[in-house]
Design a binder for this molecule. Sequence first.
Ligand SMILES: Cc1ncc(COP(=O)(O)O)c(C=O)c1O
Length: 425
Amino acid sequence: MLSYENLSTEELKAKKEELMKKYNELKLLNLDLNMARGKPSKEQLDLSLGMIENFDVKDLTKTKDNKDPRNYLNLDETVEAREFFADLLDVKKEMVFIGGNSSLNLMYTYISNAMQFGIMGNTPWNKLEKVKFLCPCPGYDRHFAICELFNIEMINIKINKDGPDVQKIKELVEKDNLIKGLWCVPKYSNPTGITYSDEIVKALASLKPAAKDFRIFWDNAYFIHDLNEKKDELLNIFDECEKNNNMNMVLEFASTSKITFPGSGVSALITSEENIKDIKKIVSKQIICYNSVNQIMHYKFLSSKEKVEEHMKKHAKIIKPKFDLVLKTFEEKLKPLKIANWTNPNGGYFISFNSLDGCAKRIFNLCENVGVILTSPGATFPYQKDPDDKNIRIAPTYPNIDELKTALEVFCLCVKIASIEKFLN
Ligand SMILES: Cc1ncc(COP(=O)(O)O)c(C=O)c1O
């Protein structure tokens, strides 16, 4: 297979005609396939049915310290849930605040409360002339959507193989006190799949921000979501913060969304005790307690880091062949043509695909017209603006293998068509 850059105009035109013929045939199949969102498949959800099927209702009458979880508890009172997350994330239980069914909701709540009430006595953000967040990108679209909603100015930060451009972050954060936040997905990042190196974690933990109420949103959504035996290791940022007397700067978020049931799991916010006190002051006005019944059910089902790791191996067994299929297909169908590159992650939920500059929107539209839905182009960047129009987030977990095969056939065909059009123009 010759790379497209080596083909003559006539050869490219002939190739396009051949590809369009195939494309029109695919159109007739009325496909309805979705590779847009990182959702677990039905098979993965079935792995956690035991949480309900094998649950002994007697366990619902008493927590470890003799509270009745069926009743109102105080906010964050289920001690086993806090111990469980402390074990998972290797922190003290005093640093764990247990939330509801969504870590994203905890992030939103924190920002919303910072806007309206301020953090630890600092000026509420909505009383400032402007608030800015640093956004390593490509990144998680819903982080950027929260900023957009609150009119927080987003600044793009380049993300490299070992993490975000920390030199740039340092330069900006240490001189501008309107920069109040930095989004990070430090392990198996969404969508690049990278894990931050020790050097990057250390550099972030030692930042000396100009704003006292600057916070790193350490969204550790994929902290235990390995695909392979050989796992990525992420340094514990709090150990580094402690050395730098910077414990209030980091808010770590995690949840069981992609361990058990997304939308029906348990979330946690891990941070300094001082931050937790500040958070509780306001959240205790919003809610009496989160869902303690669900916390107990999760605890009884998962109970320890070892059991969660065992459980996650079952997830990996289901989704690894899907990642392998995507990578094999790209290697075979696209690599020789030199029209794209992509990541090969060790965990998480995504493969980050880069087409030739200026082709992502066209690829999306071509796929959509044949019934294959991808994550919207630009979604992985602030304001949905990919400066190079080249990044597409591939989410292979939800479709079954046959659907994925078909979706990939369509996708590769559309990448080829869009690339030829670029060369012809
Ligand atoms: C990076 C990241 N953070 C947070 C979430 C959402 O987590 P939760 O279900 O706990 O709100 C996701 C879901 O895709 C994600 O990819």
